[in-house]
Design a protein around this ligand. Structure first.
Ligand SMILES: [Zn+2]
Length: 196
């Protein structure tokens, strides 16, 4: 067995094991390029290495799956919601999670029909995420928040509840930020959308 990397079956990730003399106890795993690097203490036995590498790779993959319930799943949900509530009239070209939308829940760019949802929504109830997704889908049909826009969105039964939920989250976050400098805004460029 060659020390360092182990190439596995094609369905498994490429893993490189790095032994470090400076490490005494800690084991860590991270992505570097396309592979997973597992850093372990130099003194670990091969048996310990096998055990820890398997454990850390599985843990990292679980964490990644949780953090990103995948853009594919989000795009699929957008199609379902569009079919159910908008008669399939709003078809986005892309639907993605974004980690850079800290001040809004979602955005829609009608020119390229792209929708982004803030990753802050991940972990919130599905009916809340659905509301934001549907809200952005409606923007493919109506740019502004006019009566026609809300008429479309009111077909979604949880829209009032979801708006209230998000207002509560916003309120709590603003309360938590009070006193801090509020001018630093790293939101990505694009149309602002406050959702109400
Ligand atoms: Zn909006």
């Amino acid at each position: 067995m060659s020390s360092g990397s182990s190439s596995a079956r094609s369905s498994e990730p490429e893993v490189e094991v790095r032994r470090s003399r400076r490490r005494t106890r800690t084991v860590s795993a991270f992505r570097e390029g396309g592979k997973i690097v597992v850093a372990i203490p130099a003194r670990m036995t091969r048996a310990q290495e096998r055990e820890w590498v398997a454990r850390m790779v599985a843990q990292l993959e679980r964490k990644e799956a949780r953090r990103k319930p995948t853009d594919t799943q989000l795009a699929k949900r957008a199609r379902e919601l569009g079919a159910q509530f908008l008669d399939g009239r709003a078809v986005p070209a892309s639907v993605q999670w974004s980690t850079r939308q800290n001040r809004r829940w979602g955005s829609c760019t009608p020119s390229d029909r792209s929708i982004r949802l803030s990753s802050r929504l991940q972990g919130m109830p599905a009916w809340v995420v659905d509301y934001v997704l549907l809200h952005e889908l409606v923007h493919l049909l109506h740019a502004g928040h006019d009566a026609a826009f809300w008429a479309e969105l009111e077909r979604y039964p949880h829209h009032e509840r979801a708006k209230a939920f998000l207002e509560g989250v916003d309120w709590a976050e603003r309360a938590g930020r009070s006193g801090q400098d509020d001018t630093d805004d790293d939101d990505e460029e694009g149309p602002a959308d406050s959702l109400w």
